[in-house]
Design a protein around this ligand. Structure first.
Ligand SMILES: Cc1cc2nc3c(=O)[nH]c(=O)nc-3n(C[C@H](O)[C@H](O)[C@H](O)COP(=O)(O)OP(=O)(O)OC[C@H]3O[C@@H](n4cnc5c(N)ncnc54)[C@H](O)[C@@H]3O)c2cc1C
Length: 495
């Protein structure tokens, strides 16, 4: 029942740093090249696993990563609000995100400890808070435990045994996902997303909605319409009509032990790239990928051409104009746009029908009601009783007039419009991992299952194994080959 209290950790604060990455090692002159488009967690993980699993002790292929931004990380990015740095995109990791955990160790990164769970949450229906937990600002562990116990009892009174059924639904799904960490010897290399999901027993969850999966699991409609809806709206900006697997992942992202990387999650991508002997072309956008018989030609908006024996797309193609010659066919997919608005100031108690701002919960979650103009509002940092930094998630942009109704004080506002993740719709139809039947791969085909840093890493690992076996005819080794230490400095800037 720690779920509700730890929801707040979804919205985390981070910081950043800068200097230049080391030059890549010289490569053998005629060695084949693997080109990767995108330097997020997906692209950087492909390079990491290619190097880690390659049985050849001396690199016998080149890796080149293209990134259209001036910095790496993609949807792992930070934002600076009045001198304080916060995660702007992907914020929290699950305790069983084992690739992210191993990256953290490998790269000597520091983990932000989950903070105490005394933050309050309220469920707003547009007119009133239908449910609120207690918050008590006291550092004494005994008092915190009492408050936590009191809140657990309140949750139980409202939702009954459905809460336990929800936890077991999530545990069951997470348990199946853990199959993707089994040894390479016992784990197949998957040529399609469908086969990868079927092997782990997760495919069926992508064929129906979260709502119907949870109803089948015996959850009450009150729990589904309130707490579950709050969670899916925060984590994916979507309702319980989203597909079941992504919905289950979203629920897992509201449990206990959530963590993040001190200084910003983007450091995972930066560190992996720095230690994978990669040529990194920053601020260079790929506009076309042509198959020329024996290799691919990648053309960038800078007018440069690159010859690559293997090409990997590690970014969602849905809103991009990369031209493929010959054309490739992928199912149409809409991205869910999440507008993230950072506000320094103070919420207006009148908007919430209250007389003082201190009575507004630290995390305001919302149910599905078209009249509510935001999905959630959470406190990222309390500078004083009357001065806080908030993160607002919404499906539509928050204009000044609207913000002026919700906030009584607003000294700084920063808006980011993310093409955030797929708009999940059951039954999901998956794009191919191998786009052309040859050596053109697509990591983000897996995003229709669920979009997280870890699922990108899991998909990337499979793509690296596909490349090693299909192009190089190599059996990937399960041992990591080298030691790490890079922190990825210089590859990042705040949004
Ligand atoms: C607001 C928000 C909150 C989220 N919260 C969480 C969370 O708490 N936990 C979690 O695990 N996940 C979360 N996610 C999801 C997570 O961010 C993504 O699933 C994950 O980061 C995807 O990584 P990726 O490498 O596959 O794609 P991306 O991070 O999108 O990387 C793709 C890269 O490719 C580059 N690129 C695109 N086109 C080109 C081109 N033509 N040429 C060169 N480069 C190109 C892009 O600039 C980008 O850097 C969140 C996402 C958002 C937006």
């Amino acid at each position: 029942m720690s779920i509700i209290f730890l929801l707040i950790f979804f919205l985390f604060l981070q910081s950043s740093s800068s200097s230049l990455p080391p030059e890549p090692e010289p490569q053998p002159p005629n060695a084949p090249t693997v080109c990767i488009v995108g330097a997020g967690i997906g692209g950087s993980s492909v390079s990491h696993f290619l190097r880690t699993y390659s049985p050849n002790p001396i690199p016998n292929f080149n890796i080149r990563i293209f990134e259209r931004n001036r910095f790496v990380g993609g949807r792992m990015a930070t934002v600076n609000v009045t001198g304080h740095t916060f995660e702007a995109g992907a914020s929290i990791l699950h305790p069983k995100n084992f690739h992210a955990l191993s990256y953290t160790k490998l790269l000597n990164l520091t983990v932000n400890d989950p903070s105490s769970s005394s933050s309050s949450i309220g469920i707003w229906d547009g007119k009133k808070f239908v449910f609120k937990t207690l918050s008590f600002n006291c550092k004494l562990p005994f008092v915190q435990k009492l408050v936590s116990l009191f809140n657990s009892v309140r949750i139980f009174f409202r939702y009954g045994f459905s809460i336990l059924r929800m936890e077991s639904f999530v545990e069951n799904t997470v348990g199946r996902f853990l199959k993707y960490y089994e040894s390479l010897e016992s784990r197949p290399i998957f040529e399609t997303v469908d086969s990868m999901l079927q092997w782990a027993g997760l495919y069926n969850l992508t064929t129906s909605t979260l709502e119907s999966e949870l109803a089948d699991a015996g959850l009450s409609s009150l729990l589904i319409q309130e707490l579950v809806t709050v969670i899916t709206r925060i984590n994916y900006g979507q309702s319980v009509s989203m597909s079941g697997l992504a919905g289950a992942v979203s629920l897992a992202g509201s449990g206990g032990g959530l963590w993040s990387i001190k200084g910003g999650n983007w450091q995972m991508a930066a560190g992996l790239i720095n230690r994978s002997d990669v040529a990194l072309n920053l601020h260079e956008e790929i506009e076309s990928i042509s198959f020329l018989g024996e290799h691919y030609e990648l053309n960038s908006t800078l007018g440069h051409s690159y010859i690559c024996e293997v090409a990997v797309v590690a970014t969602p193609l849905d809103e991009l104009n990369i031209q493929f010659i010959p054309p490739v066919s992928i199912p149409k997919r809409k991205l869910q746009h999440t507008h993230t608005t950072f506000v320094r100031g103070l919420l207006n108690p009148v908007y919430f029908g209250l007389n003082v701002a201190s009575k507004i919960p630290e995390l305001v979650g919302t149910i599905e009601n078209p009249d509510i103009p935001f999905s959630s509002i959470s406190v990222l940092k309390q500078h004083s009783e009357t001065d806080k930094t908030y993160k607002v998630f919404s499906r539509q942009p928050m204009d000044d007039a609207l913000l002026d109704r919700i906030f009584s004080v607003r000294s700084e506002t920063i808006r980011i419009n993310w093409g955030a993740y797929p708009h999940y719709s059951a039954p999901e139809v998956f794009a191919p991992f191998i786009l052309d039947g040859r050596q053109l791969y697509y990591v983000n085909a897996f995003e229709n299952a669920a979009s997280t840093m870890e699922t990108s890493a899991v998909a990337a690992e499979n793509i690296a194994r596909l490349i090693l076996s299909r192009f190089f005819g190599q059996v990937p080794l399960s041992q990591a080959k080298s030691t790490y230490g890079s922190d990825g400095e210089g590859l990042h800037a705040d949004l």
